[in-house]
Design a protein around this ligand. Structure first.
Ligand SMILES: *Cc1c(COP(=O)(O)O)cnc(C)c1O
Length: 329
């Protein structure tokens, strides 16, 4: 079955100005949390590209990997249900939590197969082979919507940003966003390079989990993969690896000990953004990243800049219980 909002009227998402966030600079927010499917967020933008591949390949089972509490698994389970397809999630048993996302995943009827972290790749291969043996045509989506289709989604997002800039004769000096699996960043960077805008705008990925050593090479590799497999084929043009390396700015100074860790400044940001602007942000991704952006602006002493922050969604996480989470001060 088709999903109407994936076919038309999906985006652009709105961009709004926020006064009083980083004094002496102008700050804008692009609301990816408003994408019109399953509470929005960057995983929906990616899912729409996987949706197209599922249709092209006439797949009849959707498989993915991830925690059932993740935004990714909620959205893939929702998409599969909307398409009338079964959804099979391989999930690390160590990370299981009862959350708004995991409850939605259940309600969408996805099968969640809990596997110890050490046995994930074997479990995925075994399950895929079993489906194929029974005459099915499974489509597997990497955790977090990683891979060329996910990257392509954020190339499109960059193009939306560029059109908005052109219509208003404005040019962002910085684009900030939270970098997790690195796909969002890879896509934005590819979009920037494809438009030749790297001298004008700096894209800064604020890591919420991975260290620089682990996270940055993944962003670079994802960008190179899309540039080779998609961009070069479509345009006949090449972008040098060096150029990509220079355009990937990955900051791990505010990861606070890693995934799920936050401090009182992050909590303060989350409360302030909701109270003052009515904008929900969560402590795992967007609230933490938004706080990190304000710290970056202070550290670099930025003034007179036009800054865009990408609100990548995660709205259901806003309603998670806080005390159960790991904390770091
Ligand atoms: C997954 C996620 C991110 C990180 O995106 P990546 O493409 O994995 O780097 C940021 N914000 C939210 C709300 C997410 O769910």
């Amino acid at each position: 079955m088709k999903i109407d909002v994936f076919e038309r009227g999906f985006s652009p998402t709105p961009i709004q100005e926020l006064t009083g966030v980083c004094p002496k600079n102008r700050v804008f927010l692009k609301r990816e949390d408003f994408l019109p499917f399953s509470f929005g967020g960057n995983k929906v933008r990616k899912a729409r590209h996987f949706y197209r591949e599922i249709q092209t390949q006439s797949a009849d089972v959707v498989m993915t990997y991830g925690s059932s509490s993740s935004n990714h698994c909620r959205i893939i389970a929702n998409m599969a249900a909307a398409m009338g397809l079964p959804c099979h999630i391989i999930s690390p048993e160590e990370n299981y939590k009862d959350t708004p996302n995991s409850r939605m995943v259940q309600r969408f009827g996805a099968v969640v197969e809990k596997v110890p972290l050490s046995g994930i790749s074997q479990a995925i291969e075994a399950r895929r082979a079993a489906y194929q043996k029974s005459g099915k045509n499974p489509y597997f989506i990497q955790g977090g919507g990683h891979g060329d289709p996910g990257t392509a989604a954020y190339v499109e997002c960059y193009e939306e940003i560029r059109r908005w800039e052109q219509e208003r004769e404005i040019s962002f000096d910085y684009i900030f966003h939270v970098s997790g699996t690195g796909t969002t960043q890879a896509g934005l960077v590819c979009g920037l390079l494809a438009c030749g805008r790297q001298a004008h705008t700096r894209i800064v990925g604020l890591s919420n989990a991975r260290t620089l050593e682990r996270g940055r090479p993944v962003v670079v590799q994802s960008a190179l993969s899309w540039l080779e497999h998609v961009y070069a084929l479509q345009t006949g043009r090449r972008i040098l690896e060096d150029t990509v390396e220079q355009a990937v700015c990955f900051e791990d100074a505010w990861r606070l000990g890693g995934y799920g860790c936050y401090n009182s400044a992050v909590l303060g940001t989350v409360d302030e953004m909701m109270k003052r602007y009515g904008i929900p942000m969560d402590t795992t991704y967007v609230g933490k990243g938004f706080w990190a952006m304000t710290e970056y602006v202070k550290r670099e002493g930025l003034t007179g800049k036009k800054i865009l922050f990408l609100h990548t969604g995660g709205t259901p996480l806003f309603f998670e219980e806080r005390p159960g989470e790991e904390r770091a001060e």
